[in-house]
Design a protein around this ligand. Structure first.
Ligand code: NDP
Length: 318
């Protein structure tokens, strides 16, 4: 057990966390980063990343996160593998935020940049897990391009599913949407968009039994939950769009969140309702969820933290 006091603590090691670290370290805030148990975040579960500027040939997700890490380390970020087990956030300006790491070590930080991300929801099928990155994906905008000219199936009936089905329909000759109930949850305008797209077929009351394929996806076995009838849809891609869970539970009750747990930030900034606590990346963004937008917001977090520290330091001097 140890206790230390630092200027800047970054929680999470996805694109938002590492970018915050690069900026904070270069500004001499001597940041400490607690990586979380899924070091590198969601990108470590994807294969090729082709839409992050600066990699004209594309790069593997895990490799890109390794590059982010090296860049953060180059400027002196103290990266520690571990998880935050408790957070006691100060409410007064200039206060110390007390963070417990691995149930034992205590870090008191003047600023905390929360970059804990969000986790895509999966169905929980063995076949889905096995074929992850080999035809199974939870992000059509990230991976849809790899299925250009191929058939895809997408599960979900919310706005994301409709948006992602529309995106896929521009690349794929056939997109099948699997809706578990007799109706969709999505807004009417989004529903109309998919209903009016010729190459999108919507199957209602339909659940996934298994994703088929040995090395890569070859099809999806489904069941109509009204009739009990089972059938196979041939497809090369299987997409999940059944929602995300922001990784914010550790801060619940202390910081303002929306009803689904996304941390609220003041628009155009990374500031939360608490002094010295900033939220960046997917934990505060349910719309864009891209590596590049998360990285941009990580930069905002570090710049906001730097400005806040200057303010509280001048308060002490005055
Ligand atoms: P939602 O929670 O709105 O929808 C999730 C969908 O997945 C639901 O239709 C749900 O079905 C379905 N689902 C959940 N679990 C399963 C399962 N095990 N099997 C099959 N289907 C399942 O999540 P979204 O990501 O779509 O949206 C999140 C928020 O972001 C919403 O507020 C949405 O409006 C917003 N958003 C807005 C956009 C826009 O305005 N352009 C774009 C994207 C998102 P069921 O309906 O039966 O519960």
């Amino acid at each position: 057990m140890s206790t230390e006091r630092i200027k800047c603590l970054i929680i999470g090691s996805g694109p938002a966390g590492y970018t915050a670290a690069i900026y904070a370290a270069r500004a001499d805030l001597k940041p400490v980063m607690i990586t979380g148990m899924e070091m590198g975040g969601q990108l470590t579960t994807t294969t090729d990343v082709e839409n992050f500027p600066g990699y004209p040939e594309g790069i593997q997700g895990p490799e890109m996160m390794e590059e982010f890490k090296k860049q953060a380390e180059r400027f002196g970020t103290d990266i520690r593998i571990g998880y935050v087990s408790k957070a006691e956030l100060a409410t007064e300006k200039g206060g110390w935020h007390k963070i417990t790491v691995n149930d034992s070590d205590i870090i008191e930080a003047k600023t905390v940049i929360i970059s804990t991300g969000a986790s895509a929801k999966y169905l929980g099928l063995e076949s889905e897990k096995r074929l992850m990155g080999h035809g199974v994906s939870a992000c059509a905008v990230c991976d849809g391009f790899f299925f250009k000219g191929q058939r895809t199936v997408i599960v979900g009936a919310g706005d994301s599913a409709c948006e992602e089905a529309s995106y896929l329909s521009k690349l794929c000759p056939k997109v099948t949407m699997l809706v578990r109930r007799g109706e969709m949850r999505a807004s009417k305008i989004m529903q109309d968009r998919v209903k009016n797209t010729e190459n999108i077929e919507i199957l209602y009351n339909t659940e996934t039994i298994e994703v088929l394929g040995d090395q890569t996806v070859t099809g999806v076995k489904v069941k109509n939950n009204k009739t009990g009838e089972e059938s196979v849809i041939e497809a090369e891609g299987f997409f999940l769009a059944i929602g995300h869970t922001p990784n914010s539970s550790i801060f619940k009750g202390q910081i303002d969140m929306d009803e689904t747990g996304y941390i609220k930030t003041i628009p155009g900034t990374s500031k939360t309702n608490l002094h010295g606590v900033f939220a960046t990346g997917d934990v505060q963004d349910k719309h864009y969820r891209q590596a590049v937008t998360a990285a941009g917001s990580g930069c905002m977090g570090a710049l906001d933290a730097e400005k806040y520290l200057a303010e509280v330091e001048s308060m002490v001097e005055a």
